[in-house]
Design a protein around this ligand. Structure first.
Ligand code: CMC
Length: 379
């Protein structure tokens, strides 16, 4: 046992190749299929980025037109999915509601059947687009239900983000808000072998279907060390109260060995490459909503952390308050992450299937030595 090197949390372990994205902590860069994510956020809509992640290239106008039509034709919330959501208690976490809704869509997919079409490339692609198209309706309805409001039908004259916000709030907000939301979707879309994507790949590696992989991904994303951090950031801001109290709050948190949510990253140690772009979006939103104190709080806690430890904010730090400003309930923040990451997860599922090897690591046993079941148990 002493000779076995244990890679706790698989830290630093390279388990496979990927052509979907490249995270480079040395240069603080993130490339989707070779393109810097900051440039994609500035120049593309989320639909184009989804296409890029799946097909490897940005779409031509004709390809985007065809893709957009396909996406818009599938935006409606299926009545059975709505019925199942309506059966769930309002106390359920929206992550669990969305996970259940994806499960229903999978179980209803007659092309899934009981045979190996589970892993068919084209069908997996079609199913991925279906989930991409339907998640805004699921997430928006989950939010509206918490407000005691009715479902809003999708509009096929709107782009992805404008429609998502229309289905949530019953109206399309100003373009600055739509743009900031779209940027968050692009930044959240993909991040190599993070915990939820790896979970999805493990499930795909058993030749299970894409719905099962996505459901597993949602489960992994829920935790506060991963996607759940964006909700936790909002709770932190609320617990601190006002920016002048950030330093004392942090002092206390660190003294009590608490992890400060929205800070730190397994791969980036000098800052998350996505943060500057999302911080700009947050600045736009604080100006638009005339809420400068949100930005003050952002910097107060960041400065206090900077003075104490070299731990930098991650994407969840600016995105949590941005979603709060747009008007989402805090428990909806991580479901928004699902709607974005469905693209990355499913691109990885298809990549895994294209060159599959069952993911099955080893462990070093450290339990009791072999022993006999006591005679009294054998009767
Ligand atoms: N607050 C306080 N201390 C921290 C934090 C933090 N957020 N992150 C790391 N540290 C400290 C940690 O206590 C440890 O200190 P020491 O060496 O003195 O024991 C050191 O830094 C190394 O931390 P680690 O937890 O071993 O590092 P890791 O690579 O396993 O952790 C992490 C990465 C993301 C789990 C961790 O930074 C963390 O828990 N952050 C808060 C949760 C969070 O924001 N998650 C979102 C991650 S990125 C976006 C996403 O996936 O959604």
């Amino acid at each position: 046992m002493a000779d076995t090197e244990i890679h706790k949390g698989l830290a630093g372990v390279v388990v496979d190749y990927t052509a979907v994205s490249k995270v480079n902590p040395e240069t603080n860069s993130l490339l989707y299929r070779g393109y810097p994510v900051q440039e994609l956020a500035a120049q593309c809509d989320f639909e184009e980025v989804a296409y890029l992640l799946w097909y490897g290239e940005l779409p031509t106008d004709a390809q985007l037109d065809e893709f957009t039509k396909l996406e818009r034709s599938q935006r409606t919330l299926d009545p059975t999915v709505k019925k199942v959501i309506d059966e769930l208690p309002l106390s359920a976490h929206p992550m669990d509601v969305v996970r259940t809704a994806v499960s229903v869509i999978g179980a209803q997919d007659e092309t899934l059947g009981l045979d190996p079409t589970w892993i068919d490339r084209d069908l997996t692609q079609q199913r991925s687009i279906t989930l991409f198209a339907k998640l805004p309706a699921i997430v928006a309805y989950t939010q509206r239900r918490l407000w005691g409001k009715e479902l809003v039908e999708p509009r096929d004259d709107l782009g992805y983000s404008a429609n998502f916000l229309h289905m949530t709030f019953g109206e399309v907000p100003e373009q600055v808000v739509v743009d900031a939301f779209d940027v968050s979707m692009i930044l959240y879309a993909e991040h190599s072998f993070n915990a939820s994507t790896f979970t999805a790949r493990v499930i795909a590696s058993t030749l299970s279907d894409v719905y099962s992989a996505v459901i597993g991904g949602i489960g992994a994303l829920k935790g506060p060390l991963h996607g759940g951090a964006n909700e936790a950031v909002q709770h932190t801001f609320e617990a601190i109260g006002t920016p002048d109290k950030a330093e004392a709050w942090l002092e206390d948190a660190l003294a009590n060995k608490k992890k400060v949510m929205g800070f730190g990253h397994r791969v980036y140690k000098n800052g998350d490459s996505r943060v500057p772009t999302m911080l700009t979006a947050l600045e736009t939103l604080t100006a638009y909503y005339e809420r400068p104190e949100v930005l003050e709080m952002y910097h107060a806690l960041d400065d206090a952390m900077n003075a104490r430890k070299p731990i930098k904010p991650n994407l969840d730090y600016p995105s949590g308050p941005a979603y709060n400003l747009i008007g989402f309930d805090t428990t909806m923040f991580t479901p928004l992450f699902i709607a974005a990451r469905i693209t990355g997860w499913t691109a990885h599922v298809m990549e895994q299937l294209a060159a599959n090897s069952l993911i099955r690591p080893l462990s070093e046993y450290n339990g009791p030595e072999q022993r006999e079941v006591p005679a009294s148990e054998k009767n």
